[in-house]
Design a protein around this ligand. Structure first.
Ligand SMILES: Cc1cc2nc3c(=O)[nH]c(=O)nc-3n(C[C@H](O)[C@H](O)[C@H](O)COP(=O)(O)O)c2cc1C
Length: 351
């Protein structure tokens, strides 16, 4: 049975127009990524994880994460931390910034985060995890969601016990990435566990992990009865996978690829500033131009160029028709009301 990914669903009062969710990814999920994801069919997009301590201390870089554009909605902003009161305060800031959902990170496996008692560690400390969810849910009017892994150790089934408790504490939806924290990104996401998880909780579940094609999305939705699938790595430099998952299998032309990359570069430079964008964007060159789309030496050439103007020139020389696609894309972008808050431009590479 095919699931229609164009069906809308809701988290409390928040309507989500498709069954496809763009994953939060630290160092990737900038505004340009999220806006692009919405254009290509994601019904919900997420910020990368934001430190509640950073928000508490009004850290300039962390506050930069609360910039939300008018065409990103519905959008979840994800926070991480271990102190219920500080998480509640962060959630209020996220709500005030205009996010539609506050998402809580109980999945980050990175030591820098877990050693503070945050992220995936909380799967082994369910009392504290519930206190956090409860404090956050009481602090805001928008729905609260939680994104989690299966547990800390390989084979752990901790999520099956913790999940229902988080719902009792106030989580309106749960996302499961069924790998252990120890696995990081190795092995396979165990969606048989996702199916058990869906049976245990009475809120919508989003399935995350290894969704790389329409066929995989369909099979995970059918076998787990999750309400939606989340796509992460497959969408890096590749919004066309979202289009494919939604049912349009057409491969992008070289012109489309170059136009989307240049638009992404321009938006990211506006968001992060030229200096920070330089390092940030390098990985995107190979993500966009890889997959057999352009020869390998071409990507290397771009990385070695000094300025964004030179990179753009070189890209447009390789696909001259891209300038027309780019002009159309820029024309279609909503104008004005781009940034809801007058905040410093920054990025925190946490996690
Ligand atoms: C570079 C990178 C950064 C990530 N950052 C976050 C994050 O900030 N918050 C989070 O909940 N998950 C984060 N994740 C996990 C993804 O959201 C997703 O659950 C995981 O990558 C599995 O999905 P995939 O196979 O589609 O990539 C990150 C993953 C990657 C690869």
């Amino acid at each position: 049975m095919q699931v229609d990914l164009h069906n809308s669903w809701s988290i409390g009062p928040v309507a989500i127009p498709s069954r496809l969710v763009l994953a939060p990814m630290a160092g990737v999920s900038v505004q340009a990524f999220r806006r692009q994801g919405r254009r290509y069919g994601a019904g919900l997009v997420c910020s990368e994880m934001v430190s509640c301590a950073g928000l508490h201390h009004k850290n300039e870089r962390t506050l930069g994460y609360l910039r939300i554009a008018s065409d990103e909605h519905p959008l979840a902003v994800q926070i991480f931390g271990a102190e219920p009161t500080v998480m509640a305060e962060a959630a209020r800031m996220v709500e005030a910034a205009g996010a539609d959902l506050v998402d809580i990170n109980f999945g980050c496996p990175v030591r820098k985060v877990t050693k503070t008692g945050a992220g995936a560690t909380l799967l082994e400390d369910p009392d504290r995890a519930c206190r956090i969810v409860s404090a956050v849910a009481k602090a805001v009017d928008v729905p609260v969601s939680v994104k989690m892994r299966r547990g800390l150790e390989n084979g752990s089934r901790a999520c099956l016990d913790v999940g229902p408790r988080l719902v009792d504490a106030g989580a309106a939806t749960l996302t499961l990435h069924p790998r252990s924290a120890k696995q990081m990104y190795t092995g396979e996401a165990d969606h048989a566990l996702t199916a058990e998880f869906v049976d245990r909780v009475d809120v919508p579940v989003i399935a995350s992990g290894d969704i790389t094609s329409r066929a995989k999305a369909q099979s995970v939705l059918a076998t787990t009865r999750a309400v939606a699938v989340m796509v992460g790595r497959a969408a890096q430099g590749n919004p066309w996978v979202l289009r494919e998952i939604m049912g349009d299998e057409s491969e992008p032309t070289q012109e489309e690829v170059v136009a989307e990359l240049i638009l992404f570069m321009r938006e990211t430079v506006r968001e992060l500033g030229e200096h920070r964008a330089t390092g940030f964007l390098k990985k995107f060159y190979s993500w966009y131009l890889g997959r057999g789309r352009f020869p390998r030496p071409f990507k290397q050439e771009l990385v070695e160029l000094k300025t964004f103007e030179e990179v753009e020139e070189r890209l447009l020389a390789a696909a001259p028709g891209a300038r027309f696609v780019l002009a159309r894309l820029e024309e279609e972008l909503p104008q004005g009301d781009e940034v809801r808050l007058d905040l410093p431009i920054s990025i925190y590479g946490g996690g």
